[in-house]
Design a protein around this ligand. Structure first.
Ligand SMILES: Cc1cc2nc3c(=O)[nH]c(=O)nc-3n(C[C@H](O)[C@H](O)[C@H](O)COP(=O)(O)O)c2cc1C
Length: 402
């Protein structure tokens, strides 16, 4: 995925002031970035800034002999692995929709065969205008990908939809349009994070899961073109771009959310660390030590939580189910027993006691345990790489099952 060539077409909206940050985000992913600007865009952000940050000459004129001599516009259109239009004005959307080629940017957009991603940014009334709506529909129907706009306060003083997606989300969406699309058409349901089981109004039982593994799976599945539903326990992580996130707290809430999303899911990856037990009774008010006798302890009665992974095997429908097992000892043997009980297609076992693996770590050391007991040991990898290996296996299983 690294070293892709991104042509960033900048048009004349106020959000152009965020484009230097986008250039940096794209370069941080390892891409080579070249910028082309409309004349209006140069009024909002300096070509010199974009040239300095991209490390490449910036073009803004179609008919300038010096610019055209450096790299001609057709060569530039051919050079790109993806074209990103950010910010995309109402004006450029109209010109793209109608096939105009009256400046460098629109000529490049007509000439390129690379996937095109647009990040619209404009006043809410411009975005809602029937002309813009029709142009957006036309472009979508032609396969142009969109990221944003988002709702919120706009620079023009209005509140509503029209704010450009964040540079991080645009960089993520760029990876998605250049991705292998090998999970296109699939709906991937991912659970992530730990659950939080209420004890009283202020306390809860939880675990140390950060959600990093599940978020990495969700991000990678979206990059491969899947529709992704991420059901997350409390987590500080940002939702990966293009992923639909459902927030839950307890195991029971997680089960309900999983069952609601299940009918559409063709792949389920259950990375969440779901609490096995919850307090039998959650007190509505805070339990105060003053209400207990001096030196008296507190005994909590715990009841079992639903086993979400095991219950999936009983659900109708054809889908690939991947489970996770976090173990602190006898990892492989425990995982072999678990896959028999849970009847999933693949169990990913990890040793949470090992340094550099398990909870809150950016790396993970896992074993793939297959039905029947076959085991594959993976080296210490980043969680993003582990996510990729899991989805490679999922794709193979989907293929084998036609
Ligand atoms: C201060 C200012 C801010 C503007 N912001 C936007 C904007 O956010 N989105 C938009 O579609 N047009 C915006 N415009 C209008 C465009 O600059 C104008 O339509 C221009 O023709 C766009 O040219 P281009 O699409 O070739 O870049 C703004 C204009 C001004 C003067």
């Amino acid at each position: 995925m690294a070293h892709q060539r991104v042509l960033l077409a900048v048009t004349g909206g106020i959000a152009a002031y965020k484009i230097p940050e986008l250039v940096r985000a794209l370069r941080a992913e390892g891409h080579t970035v070249r910028c082309a600007m409309t004349p209006a865009a140069t009024r909002f952000v300096s070509p010199l800034v974009l040239q300095t940050l991209s490390g490449q000459a910036v073009r803004s004129e179609l008919f300038d002999p010096a610019e055209e001599g450096e790299i001609d516009h057709i060569a530039l259109a051919d050079w790109a692995d993806a074209v990103v239009v950010a910010p995309a004005t109402a004006n450029v959307l109209a010109r793209m929709a109608h096939g105009l080629a009256d400046d460098l940017v629109t000529t490049l957009l007509l000439a390129t065969r690379a996937p095109v991603l647009v990040a619209p940014a404009m006043n809410v009334n411009m975005w809602d205008h029937a002309a813009t709506r029709a142009n957006v529909e036309l472009l979508r129907a032609r396969g142009v990908a969109f990221v944003g706009p988002e709702a919120g306060w706009l620079a023009c003083g209005w509140e509503g939809e029209g704010r450009m997606a964040s540079p991080a989300d645009i960089a993520e969406a760029t990876l998605q349009v250049m991705g292998p699309r090998s999970l296109q058409g699939e709906t991937v349901l991912v659970t992530a994070g730990g659950t939080r089981e209420p004890v009283d109004a202020v306390r809860a039982l939880t675990n140390r899961s950060s959600g990093k593994m599940g978020y990495a799976v969700a991000r990678e599945a979206a990059r491969r073109g899947a529709r992704v539903v991420l059901i997350s326990g409390p987590s500080a992580l940002e939702t990966p771009g293009g992923v639909e996130r459902v927030d839950v707290e307890s195991a029971v809430e997680m089960r309900d959310a999983v069952f609601k999303a299940l009918p559409d899911a063709t792949v389920v990856v259950m990375t969440a660390a779901v609490a096995d037990f919850r307090p039998a009774q959650a007190a509505a008010r805070k339990i105060k030590k003053e209400d207990l006798a001096e030196e008296e302890g507190l005994t909590l009665e715990l009841v079992r939580n639903p086993d979400i992974l095991a219950s999936l095997a009983e659900q109708p429908g054809e889908r690939v189910v991947v489970g996770f097992a976090a173990e602190s000892h006898d990892v492989v043997e425990a995982a072999r027993r678990k896959i028999e009980r849970k009847r999933c297609d693949l169990l990913v076992a990890n040793d949470v006691s090992r340094a550099g693996a398990g909870f809150d770590s950016d790396t993970n050391a896992v074993w793939f345990v297959w039905p029947g007991g076959d085991v594959e040991e993976l080296p210490l990898l980043s969680k993003a790489e582990v996510a990729g290996r899991i989805l490679d296996r999922v794709e193979k299983l989907r293929e084998e099952r036609g």
